[in-house]
Design a protein around this ligand. Structure first.
Ligand SMILES: [Zn+2]
Length: 322
């Protein structure tokens, strides 16, 4: 798909400068030579300038808010500019923080740190993802994914000892058995299944009323992408899928998925849902989907803007899947 990398979190060709990860002295030297700036994360939320455009805030490495923060090396803009790092201050506890809101799906709360300007806030990434430039979205997604992995993988999977961050944030190493551990990315297939003029959409329990999206599921060990697409669709709707092709992918750091968008052609039409997996599934015509995207449909509301489901469906409507 020619437009594949135009997806949200599709990236801006960040040079990840992996040669600077192994030796902390090399990294310090490069920081001194090239200069460096950092983005700041707090419990998965990036620090952004409040307001409509929400650019990621860049801080100098000697800013006092970074004291005691964990850091990782993200990379460098292609061929130029300073190195870009990410720091995490999840240990900070804001006054009056409401834990319930913080864990909600589209957390609307914003946090202001007393050592930072009033106009800078920590904001939930899914809520602001479409406001970020491709570069900022790539940086924020990478930082969120990596820090989230460190938070949930603090102990060696081989011997159980507490492990340490290494390789400038891109590995963990066990000080007891020396096992290296690498950041996880979990492959998920998400599929645009069509038959003629219709696409197959489904909804999960708990979604906002009327919201339907593409079917999706985790790839299992020993399975190809194509087999995962066919299995998931068969399990969830009893529809058989023939030819399957790859369209586009999307890093989705909530917490660690890589969404692999595919197109599949249905060989059957009758739907029998598995209620333990989805709440409903239905065939939707292009005309109905266009109405839904325009907010004119009687009951159907499409996948959220920024999600790959919405990206694939809108490109299908525009005949741009090639
Ligand atoms: Zn170990």
């Amino acid at each position: 798909m020619k437009l594949a990398e135009a997806v949200t979190f599709g990236g801006a060709a960040l040079d990840r400068v992996a040669y600077l990860r192994a030796n902390p002295a090399d990294l310090d030297r490069a920081i001194a030579e090239l200069g460096a700036e950092t983005i700041l994360m707090w419990r998965g939320k990036p620090l952004v300038q409040a307001g409509a455009l929400a650019p990621l805030v860049r801080l100098r490495l000697d800013h006092r808010v970074l004291k005691g923060a964990r850091r990782i090396l993200l990379g460098r803009a292609q061929g130029a500019g300073p190195l870009i790092l990410a720091h995490d201050i999840s240990h900070w506890v804001p006054d009056g923080q409401d834990a319930q809101t913080l864990n909600s799906f589209l957390d609307p709360s914003e946090q202001r740190h007393p050592d930072l300007p009033e106009a800078w806030v920590f904001a939930e990434l899914r809520r602001i993802m479409t406001l970020l430039s491709p570069r900022d979205a790539e940086l924020a997604a990478t930082a969120r994914g990596l820090f989230g992995w460190h938070d949930s993988h603090g102990f060696c999977a081989c011997c159980g000892a507490a492990s340490d961050i290494s390789m400038a944030g891109w590995q963990r190493r066990c000080p007891v058995c020396a096992a290296p551990h690498f950041p996880r990315t979990d492959p998920v297939v998400i599929m645009l299944i069509t038959q003629g003029n219709s696409a197959l959409l489904g909804r999960s329990p708990g979604w906002p009323e009327g919201m339907y999206s593409l079917l999706a599921g985790f790839v299992e060990p020993g399975e190809t992408i194509e087999a995962a697409v066919r299995r998931e669709v068969l399990e969830e709707t009893a529809i058989r899928v023939g030819e399957v092709g790859y369209l586009a992918s999307q890093p989705w750091p909530f917490p660690a998925s890589l969404m692999m968008g595919c197109h599949g052609t249905a060989l059957s039409r009758d739907i029998t849902i598995d209620p333990s997996e989805i709440e409903d599934a239905t065939w939707v015509t292009r005309e109905d989907l266009m109405d839904a995207f325009a907010g004119r449909h009687a009951f159907l509301s499409p996948a959220r803007h920024g999600a790959i489901a919405q990206f694939l469906l809108s490109n299908w409507l525009a005949d741009r899947l090639d």
